[in-house]
Design a protein around this ligand. Structure first.
Ligand code: PEP
Length: 250
């Protein structure tokens, strides 16, 4: 039985005042009867503050990126060890903004994925097609490439990992895949994993991301292969984020 998860990707937003207030409001609204795990992923400089603020709650903390290296002369980079030291349990890897703007390749993403695994951080591996790829009916091919280039035939690397299907055309656009569209891709992803390990396929959480909000979340989360959401814009306001959390309840 997989737990649902709602994860907030704050992207490059927030400051210390916003972090204190937002985490307090989320913590106050996230009650024991809510049926999802809850994760927030603030920018690097706010991780320490967020780690303090979530103490005594069951909220998890994640980062939005990490270096493939553990330490050394890599100016501006942040390692997995630094993230665990700051209190993170999770790290987002391969977000489409990093693939497109920072030119991260599947090979770089593979190295970051294993840097996380090797240092006991749970990677949230983002995959998804652009609008152009969707229109050319390349969605499945692209997703299989993104997934296989990281895991190869080693499904064991997914024992402690999460996947996020995020169609690029739905991120920050207000457009969302329909629950049926998203379900078919989630089912496809689980199928790729099950061809290597049925057990891991059955257990891995596959989140949907792309303009999720309080209005569309319930339909998406009711699909059998959608195990929650990776939330961008709506994770920056407690009431919006909590309305998505509540959508996980029966
Ligand atoms: C994201 O950035 O991962 C995301 C899903 O953004 P949004 O919810 O704003 O579309």
């Amino acid at each position: 039985m997989r737990n649902l998860m709602v994860a907030g990707n704050w992207k490059m937003n927030g400051d210390s005042t916003m972090t204190s207030e937002l985490v307090d409001e989320i913590a106050a609204g996230y009650v024991g009867s809510d049926s999802c795990e809850l994760l927030i992923c603030p920018p690097f400089p706010l991780l320490g503050l967020a780690a303090n603020k979530i103490q005594g709650t069951s909220i998890f903390l994640g980062a939005q990126n990490l270096s493939e290296y553990n330490s050394g002369a890599y100016t501006g980079e942040v390692s997995a060890l630094m993230l665990t030291d700051a209190g993170c349990q999770y790290v987002i890897i391969g977000h489409s903004e990093r693939r497109a703007i920072m030119r991260e390749t599947n090979e770089m993403i593979r190295k970051k994925f294993y840097a996380a695994i090797d240092n006991n951080l749970i990677p949230i591996l983002c995959v998804g097609e652009t609008l152009e790829q969707k229109e050319q009916q390349l969605t499945m091919e692209i997703i299989e490439q993104q997934l296989k280039s990281v895991i190869g035939d080693n499904a064991a690397s997914l024992t402690n990992a999460v996947i996020a299907y995020e169609p690029v055309w739905a991120i920050g656009t207000g457009l969302t895949a329909t629950p049926e569209e998203a379900q078919s891709i989630h089912h496809f992803i689980r199928g790729i994993i099950s061809s290597i390990s049925q057990e891991i396929a059955d257990n891995i959480q596959i989140l949907y991301g792309g303009s999720v909000n309080g209005g569309n979340a319930k339909g998406l989360f009711s699909m059998p292969d959608i195990d929650g959401g990776l939330i961008g814009g709506a994770s920056l306001t407690a009431s919006d984020f909590l309305s998505i959390v509540k959508a996980t309840n029966k």
